[in-house]
Design a protein around this ligand. Structure first.
Ligand SMILES: Nc1ncnc2c1ncn2[C@@H]1O[C@H](COP(=O)(O)OP(=O)(O)O)[C@@H](O)[C@H]1O
Ligand SMILES: [Mg+2]
Length: 396
């Protein structure tokens, strides 16, 4: 077996040594000081070109050529080049269209007018404009992964839509965006008038980083890239009028949560916890983060609370009963309800059909339904509060 070729900064510099700037042909790319955030992980390269001083359209051919050249380096399995159109704290990443990730990106046939329209550059505006018709924003969070945040967010979103609310779901889990898969959404996001148009499924609108970049890509992103991606999801998506925007967050208390709470007004957070999670107090970390950001905790949902026998519906509390309820009481938060551990929740997610849509009369669907019914008056209250608050400044 041959060992993989070692890729380092020098390899990349060599590959790009003869590149010049299209807008300044006498300036070498390597001398222009516009390469930033170079990440080399094994056989993968990600880098960003800062093009704050030139229009995005003028820089796109350079981006494509650089990406193509990097993809030709021996041993490279993935090369992605982003454009950053901002300066300082005003960074804004431009996601290359998905197809451009392929090895022959620069040799692709020219886009048809329809495709070209879809890939039109996205102009930043800032969250205020993009979210101005969103009446209420609620984050779904947890201390650790795999507790069922996305399942809860999706099923609550669909339940709320079934009750007549206009619902949006933003998947902010850049490291593991599962919303597209769980909602059965495929294909390319449309861009109209420089805005990303959310995809729709099961009566809700949804947007996810997983619809914009290949799933494996975001896994290697670090702080600034993640923050840029979240800011872009906030500012470049045309949600239109929504009664409620649910935000599915990654586990823990990292860059995503920080960027979200610093960039927009989140009206409340729902904490999802499993019985074991409650015992280990993982949920408390998530709670503490939102409290620090002064985001009200709306309550705790206990997921996988009990096993429901498919034959007789008998409830078995494998990890003990009422753990999350007691914890919610101790912390002074509402207990919103318990969701059973049911294979159909997982299999529904696997085929892109949320259980509340697939089997609305099931125990699981009814459990989500009950929680969503509790949420409706809360959403109304938060909507009034939000409307009465002065809009916050546009994030940097
Ligand atoms: N109540 C449940 N019963 C059965 N499977 C569940 C339940 N909740 C979540 N799952 C499954 O557990 C896995 C993790 O859930 P997910 O919602 O992706 O968690 P998170 O978003 O917190 O990482 C998924 O495969 C999901 O389908
Ligand atoms: Mg998730």
């Amino acid at each position: 077996m041959t060992s993989p070729v070692s890729i380092n900064q020098q390899t990349i510099h060599q590959a790009l040594s003869d590149f010049t700037l299209p807008w300044s042909p006498n300036t070498r790319l390597l001398d222009a000081n516009i390469i930033e955030n170079m990440i080399i992980e094994g056989q993968k390269i990600h880098l960003t070109l800062n093009i704050a001083k030139v229009p995005e359209d003028a820089a796109e051919p350079l981006r494509a050529k650089v990406e193509h050249r990097l993809q030709q380096i021996e041993g490279i399995v993935q090369a992605r080049v982003f454009l950053n159109t901002g300066e300082g704290n005003n960074k804004r990443l431009v996601f290359p269209p998905r197809q451009a990730a392929s090895a022959n990106a620069a040799q692709q046939k020219p886009a048809t007018p329809h495709q070209a329209h879809k890939h039109a550059p996205i102009k930043p505006t800032g969250p205020i404009e993009a979210l101005q018709d969103v009446k209420c924003i609620i984050a779904v969070a947890s201390g650790k992964g795999g507790v069922g945040k996305s399942s809860t967010a999706i099923n609550l979103a669909v339940s709320l839509a079934n009750q007549g609310l206009k619902v949006g779901l933003m998947d902010a889990d850049v490291y593991g965006p599962s919303v597209p898969h769980m909602l059965g959404l495929e294909g390319q996001v449309e861009v109209i008038n420089h805005k990303l148009i959310p995809m729709t499924a099961w009566g809700i609108s949804a947007m996810s980083i997983g619809m914009l970049v290949p799933p494996e890509q975001a896994l290697i992103w670090r702080g600034p890239m993640v923050m840029g991606a979240i800011k872009q999801l906030l500012s470049d998506v045309k949600w239109g009028e929504l009664d409620i925007l649910l935000v599915d967050t990654p586990p823990g208390t990292g860059d995503v949560q920080l960027t979200l709470t610093q960039s927009i007004q989140i009206d409340g957070a729902i904490i999802v916890s499993t019985p074991q999670d409650v015992a280990l107090l993982d949920a408390r970390r998530g709670i503490a983060m939102f409290q620090k950001a002064k985001t009200p905790i709306l309550g705790i949902v206990e997921n996988m609370a009990y096993f429901s026998c498919p034959c007789c519906n008998e409830k078995t509390y494998i990890f003990g009963e009422n753990g999350a309820k007691k914890e919610a009481n101790n912390l002074g938060f509402p207990f919103l309800g318990e969701i059973p551990l049911i294979p159909a929740i997982r299999s529904g997610a696997d085929v892109g059909v949320p259980i509340v849509a697939q089997d609305p009369d099931s125990i699981a669907a009814k459990a989500y339904q009950e929680i969503s019914e509790l949420m409706v008056p809360v959403i109304k209250r938060l909507t009034v509060q939000r409307a009465n608050k002065k809009p916050e400044a546009t994030p940097e």
